[in-house]
Design a protein around this ligand. Structure first.
Ligand SMILES: [Zn+2]
Length: 1045
């Protein structure tokens, strides 16, 4: 090792040189190269660059390229990238964001890039020369690292250094054979001519860089205060820190912030009013704000607002002014990829080819983004993905560049991709490298269990009757059950068997990293994106009948009389399911009805009879146990939530043919109860072994104020609602039944559900024990264990359980578990992916609804007229639910022109000038012709049309046309069926349209269906998602997201 000195010139923030520090700098002969071609036995652990089989060269970008074009290097198609320590250090000085991105890139095993500690390598490092500029020195170091690689690998691999420094290209190119130096543009042209995404990015970034130099100087905003000042201000209490949440429907006007400071007045959030005081902060940024004096406080808006972007101060006389602040600094930017729409030519403010265009984000909460582009003409009227580069105080708008073009607004595929991007959902195809990790199961090479594995597992194949009960057509069976009597009937043995996914998915493998990043399987209205490749999810981890499968089992011995748990065993098993039942069949067997069990169809009548009797007996035992478990939880206050009341019907191809209200089959509850029981016991087990490192799921107690609207509505409807405990609430909901109209109870449950916070994953190391409670299920401990195929949380929990069992056996639990901080980050990540999944699903359903109605003329098509129930009263209108289509929305009683709805004798409605008045249980309109009344829970008739929006997502428009219930002339259909027929029709139309368009499609829309993996949503999962979907709605989404930054 050689000791040398390294001079560091530290600059002050104003650029004045402060001092020169001399540091000791140690050089070594051996610094790992991380190449699989290494001949020198460098010490490598972790990922390696491929050899000459896969790559023709390695790429070494210089500092400038990484600073400006990191995004291009992030494309996974670019392989074999060597980043240098010099670059990394330079990036740290440029700011955290860039540096973190590089770090993530290097950490990601799916991306083939490594970090070379070039400044520690004695043959690659050389000190800065007299008079040499910092930049030139860095470029020289990067070049000498490139040369080092070429020599170190004995010339087996060519090296390409990329730089935007023309002098360097002239000086270094051809200096050494095998080491090429070229510009980014030339590199892309020569080595990736087909990588369209890279060329487009290069074009848009270089354009944005040129424009950046011609910024104006006039200040539009106050400068942000330096970080030290912000930190000091927060400490002294002068400033408050929080996450900014821009209201979904009034982005341009009022912002609420969820401030971390625990001040009674501020817990409801603090307003930030107007763009000036928002001071360039954007939705979800972590900001620091200064409270304004009371005299400048504003009111919040509570009435229904039509349209967006109006700067109103909310003239609602009922509300008091609330604390209001202005933003003085931003601690953390939460910029992501945004979908914007380029305005049509006539309205854009450009001249010439090079123009700056104000593109309008699809998300109302995001300000317009200024884009410099040479493609202004081609891009107009297109949805485009953009990224923000900067937002200076001299600019009214942030500057950004384009990333890729999605297509035209209103096209089905464009809108679906928009939904994915807006929810930060990345679902590319599983890569070849990932697929190589997967086991093979093909007719030529059938998968078999490994005898060594079998020997280590408890074999239940002969001893236990295992069966699964799922919705019809379910292909990924991740849970199965068994039940039997022991000890002459004194004991009952209940078993829950879950697919052993972690056997196939090794921690840290490419498949694992991908699954973790996805966090969950995504279900949209017409397709799904799997978390795991289908060889696992639909095959080797699916507990199909008659095949051997690895499982993780929980097996309880229960006292037959009291159900007291005498013993519980967890562990890896081998099972072979005997029956793959569906709900209807299982229920029919329980009801003693004649039903054909496919597994028994071939048998002779005697054997069939015996097996059938055995199966029915097992189902009865299971039902009996589940009933009593459920009763126990009910006594503890478990809640039945709205949303459980819909279920989907599938046809042979597993397309959803209908979503129908649930005919409550007890067997659904039975299966759910067994899964809840398993989740609960696994939660107990891992928490016992790892009190500070367990991943559990909690459902926080709701705030009582959140129930105020429910209580108000219930009271107005003549019901009493006690919300003090989950038990009281559950009982009140059970009593709140209108004999004439079952919808009333459903709507109340829906409102109760909405009032509740989300259930969340968390690390037990970061919460006090009293926060572990699951309010909805009334359980002290809960987690997710039963669906590892489609939820990453369950994979984490399986690993924890296996580690706990290893410790119990006195073995090494393997790789040390994640610390609680790391685990909490994981929990937050999974929570955020779950929210994204739910929002994306909701948006995709709404998209289908809009496209369905867009095809119809609301004035003539009977499908556009529907029955609606009023479930909430607002100042200027009501909220209604349309059961036929599952649509919820606002119906205005007063329009912008000041006219009100007036109903004639026969119930038909028209607009007249007049006034509205709101009461707790009704809203009345008065015009010169008289008064009309709209009561809570009344059925009215609405006309549905589409409010088309060029820049944003379309929305449905509901207008009351009669105060009488709507009696459909169409034959009576199961409720909600319309929604699925609707999805099918929309998909069909979209496909037709895209075929027609294929010919005249612009060149850049070719990525179209690239991300689509599968078109068949899995039913069971869909149901679960729908169940939880009820927990989100628009006005809550902001708050939900706010709960944790
Ligand atoms: Zn080496």
């Amino acid at each position: 090792m050689i000791k040398t000195e390294k001079k560091l010139r530290l600059n002050s923030s104003r650029g004045r040189r402060l001092r020169v520090v001399v540091r000791e700098h140690y050089l070594r002969e051996r610094v790992p190269c991380y190449s699989s071609l290494c001949q020198a036995d460098c010490e490598h652990d972790g990922k390696l660059l491929s050899g000459t089989d896969d790559l023709t060269h390695y790429v070494v970008p210089d500092v400038g390229v990484v600073v400006d074009y990191l995004e291009i290097l992030e494309l996974r198609e670019l392989k074999g990238i060597i980043f240098n320590q010099t670059t990394c250090q330079a990036l740290i000085h440029k700011g955290r964001r860039q540096y973190n991105r590089l770090r993530n890139l290097l950490k990601d095993p799916r991306h083939e890039s490594v970090l070379f500690a070039n400044e520690f390598q004695e043959y690659s490092y050389s000190p800065r020369e007299e008079g040499e500029s910092q930049e030139k020195w860095q470029t020289r170091l990067v070049y000498s690292a490139a040369v080092w690689y070429y020599n170190h690998l004995a010339g087996m691999m060519d090296i390409v250094m990329i730089t935007e420094d023309q002098d360097a290209i002239a000086q270094y190119n051809m200096l050494n054979s095998g080491v090429f130096v070229m510009s980014v543009k030339k590199y892309l042209k020569e080595f990736c001519p087909d990588l369209q995404a890279a060329h487009e990015l290069y074009g848009s970034i270089s354009q944005a860089l040129q424009e950046k130099e011609s910024e104006g100087t006039q200040k539009e905003f106050d400068e942000h205060l330096p970080e030290e000042v912000l930190e000091a201000g927060i400490k002294s209490g002068r400033y408050i820190k929080g996450t900014l949440n821009v209201g979904r429907n009034n982005a341009a006007s009022i912002l609420t912030a969820d401030f971390i400071k625990e001040d009674a007045d501020l817990t409801q959030g603090v307003l930030v009013f107007g763009t000036k005081d928002r001071n360039r902060a954007m939705h979800r940024d972590v900001v620091v704000a200064e409270l304004l004096p009371n005299s400048q406080w504003k009111r919040k808006v509570t009435s229904l607002t039509e349209g967006q972007g109006q700067e109103t101060s909310g003239e609602d006389n009922n509300s008091k002014p609330v604390p209001t602040s202005r933003i003085v600094g931003i601690l953390q930017r939460k910029w992501r990829d945004y979908v914007v729409t380029f305005p049509p030519r006539e309205s854009n403010q450009s001249q010439g080819r090079n123009s700056r265009i104000l593109a309008v984000p699809w998300d109302y909460r995001i300000p317009k983004i200024r884009i410099s582009t040479q493609q202004a003409d081609a891009l107009q009227d297109h949805r485009v993905v953009v990224r923000i580069d900067s937002w200076e105080s001299t600019s009214l708008y942030p500057n950004g560049h384009t990333v890729r073009v999605l297509g035209q607004p209103g096209e089905f595929e464009t809108e679906v991709q928009t939904i994915l991007i807006e929810n930060c959902i990345q679902v590319s195809e599983f890569s070849d490298a990932q697929m190589r990790e997967m086991p093979v199961n093909s007719p030529e090479k059938p998968w078999r269990m490994d005898p060594a594995q079998v020997a280590q597992r408890r074999d239940l194949r002969e001893s236990h009757l295992v069966f699964s009960i799922d919705p019809k057509g379910c292909e990924d069976v991740d849970d199965a059950m068994s039940v039997r009597s022991l000890d002459g009937g004194k004991l009952l043995e209940l078993g829950v068997h879950i697919a052993d996914v972690t056997h196939f998915v090794t921690e840290g493998s490419l498949t694992d990293v991908e699954a973790q990043q996805r966090g969950t399987t995504y279900y949209l209205s017409d397709r799904r994106y799997d978390m795991l490749p289908s060889v696992l999810s639909a095959d080797l981890c699916s507990l199909l009948r008659g095949v051997d499968r690895y499982a993780m089992s929980v097996i309880w011995k229960l006292d037959a009389d009291t159900l007291a748990v005498k013993d519980v065993k967890y562990g890896r098993t081998v099972i072979r399911s005997s029956y793959q039942l569906h709900y209807e069949l299982a229920q029919a067997l329980l009801n003693g009805e004649q039903a054909e069990v496919p597994e028994l169809a071939e048998l002779g009548s005697e054997e069939k009879g015996a097996k059938l009797a055995q199966l029915i007996l097992a189902l009865e035992k299971l039902t009996n146990i589940a009933r009593r478990l459920r009763a126990k939880r009910d006594r503890g206050g478990a809640l039945e939530l709205e949303g459980q009341e819909v279920r989907a019907l599938l046809d042979e191809e597993r397309n959803i043919t209908a979503l129908v209200p649930k005919q409550p089959l007890e067997v659904n509850e039975t299966v759910a109860e067994c899964m809840i029981y398993a989740n609960h016991w696994v939660a107990r087990k891992i928490q016992e072994t790892f009190p500070h490192q367990s991943l559990l799921r909690r459902h926080p107690l709701p705030r009582q104020e959140a129930f105020s609207r429910l209580v108000e509505v219930a009271t107005a409807g003549g019901f009493t609602m006690d919300t003090r405990t989950n038990k009281a609430l559950a009982d009140s909901l059970d009593r709140a039944v209108d004999q004439q109209d079952p919808l009333v109870n459903r709507l109340l449950r829906m409102m109760a559900t909405r009032a509740m916070p989300q259930a969340l994953y968390f690390s037990t190391g970061l919460q006090s024990q009293d926060q572990f409670y699951h309010y909805g299920l009334a359980l002290e401990h809960y987690t997710h264990f039963t669906s590892p195929i489609r939820r990453y949380a369950d994979i984490v929990v399986h690993r924890l359980l296996n580690a706990a069992l290893a410790i119990e056996r006195g073995e090494d639990p393997g790789k040390l578990l994640a610390g609680y901080k790391e685990q909490d980050e994981m929990a937050q990540h999974i929570n955020s992916r779950n929210r994204a999944a739910k929002l994306a699903q909701k948006m995709s359903v709404e998209l289908c609804q809009c496209l369905y109605f867009k095809e119809r003329d609301p004035q003539t098509d009977p499908c556009c007229v529907a029955d609606a129930v009023i479930y909430n009263i607002r100042d200027n209108g009501v909220l209604v639910f349309v059961p036929e289509y599952g649509v919820k929305g606002a119906v205005y009683m007063k329009n912008r022109e000041g006219q009100v709805v007036f109903a004639a004798q026969d119930g038909s409605c028209e607009w007249q000038s007049g006034s509205v008045r709101r009461y707790p249980d009704k809203i009345t309109t008065t015009s010169s012709c008289g008064t009309s009344t709209f009561r809570l829970f009344e059925h009215i008739t609405v006309r549905i049309s589409v409010h088309s929006k060029q820049f944003h997502t379309d929305s449905l428009n509901l207008v009351v046309i009669s105060t009488k219930p709507h009696r459909s002339t169409k034959p009576q259909q199961p409720r909600s069926q319309g929604r699925c027929k609707l999805v099918q029709e929309v998909v069909r139309l979209a496909e037709e349209a895209s075929q027609q368009k294929a010919a005249r499609r612009p060149k850049f829309s070719r990525e179209e269906r690239e991300f689509c993996q599968s078109k068949t949503p899995n039913l069971y999962s869909l149901l679960e998602e729908i169940r939880e979907l009820a927990l989100i709605d628009e006005d809550m989404a902001g708050q939900v997201l706010a709960t944790k930054a």
